[in-house]
Design a protein around this ligand. Structure first.
Ligand SMILES: NC(=O)c1ccc[n+]([C@@H]2O[C@H](COP(=O)([O-])OP(=O)(O)OC[C@H]3O[C@@H](n4cnc5c(N)ncnc54)[C@H](O)[C@@H]3O)[C@@H](O)[C@H]2O)c1
Length: 272
């Protein structure tokens, strides 16, 4: 029971899987959840149960142990059940990576539903996750680290009439506020709370038919929500492992006095 344990949401693919594999390789036990089901207002599919099984396989291959369960971050009771099952196995939680998120950048759909679903998952879902996991981190009395996945959109809003992109930016910016109050409140317990702000990352969110159509429209010179998105460094899109490497450091003892920080992981997107 000496190994540290990380609770990760959105673990079935993309950045969540990369965090799980990276931390498992560093000796962490992993408790991971994912909805593994689509949300009708979105314009691309969420992960599947098979994706979650692939994360389980990859974590084991990295030498780690994982409790992986289907749960929706909008559902406090489901999160609590997943938490309880994970804690029954590992006995503790030291790190929370609140990573699950959705977006919709294309036109169409019911604007109010798109707005509500994105706020519910990306903002309220993170609050729900902290609500369930934080008491266990505190009870350990060993300090801890919470990393909330925001976005470059959470630091810099680009103009858009798309309800999904408006909600995404609002939710991701809201996470900075949540991070700041939590960082202040739980600093006496040596629990560090930071947000990360990735630029574009290869994942299910970016590699799908809807995003392909947006890229094609941008290439034709049409105004799109992705047209203004460019990094300063000469790299179009990052890999999930680039984000996981930075987060592995952020949750490590090497970063033990870093809290209350909104950390861009963005190849210079925000400075550009
Ligand atoms: N990909 C990018 O370009 C990019 C850039 C900046 C920030 N982000 C953020 O990074 C995080 C991870 O996204 P990703 O890039 O790995 O995309 P992704 O779509 O591959 O992964 C997101 C995961 O979250 C899961 N999920 C969605 N809704 C959920 C819910 N209600 N409950 C539980 N799980 C849910 C999905 O099934 C999926 O496995 C998200 O918060 C996203 O907003 C992504």
């Amino acid at each position: 029971m000496d190994s540290k344990v990380a609770f990760i949401t959105g673990v079935a693919r993309g950045q969540g899987r990369a965090h799980a594999v990276k931390l498992a390789g560093r000796g962490f036990g992993i408790i991971g959840i994912d909805i593994c089901a689509d949300i009708p207002s979105m314009d691309y599919p969420n992960a599947s149960p098979e994706d979650l099984q692939e994360t389980v396989r990859a974590v084991k291959e990295a030498g780690g142990e994982i409790v992986a369960l289907q749960a929706d971050v909008r559902d406090l009771d489901a999160l609590q059940r997943a938490h309880d099952e994970g804690v029954a196995k590992f006995g503790r939680i030291d790190v929370l990576i609140a990573n699950a998120g959705i977006t919709r950048l294309s036109a169409g759909g019911d604007r109010a539903t798109i707005w509500k679903d994105i706020i519910d998952v990306n903002l309220t879902g993170v609050w729900n996750t902290v609500e369930v996991v934080l008491p266990t981190i505190r009870a350990g009395e060993r300090g801890g680290s919470i990393v909330i996945t925001s976005s470059s959109a959470g630091l810099k809003g680009t103009g858009t009439d798309k309800a999904g992109a408006q909600a995404y930016t609002a939710a991701k910016r809201g996470l900075v506020g949540l991070m700041q109050v939590l960082a202040n409140e739980y600093a006496p317990d040596r629990i560090r709370v930071n947000t990360i702000h990735p630029t574009g990352v290869v994942s299910g969110m970016t590699v799908n038919d809807s995003m392909k159509a947006l890229h094609e429209a941008a290439a034709r010179g049409e105004k799109t929500t992705i047209g203004a998105m460019q990094n300063a460094l000469p790299i179009d899109i990052l890999q999930a492992e680039d984000i996981a490497n930075a987060v592995a450091w952020l949750v490590s003892d090497e970063a033990h006095y870093i809290t209350g920080v909104a950390l861009p992981l963005d190849a210079g997107y925000t400075v550009r």
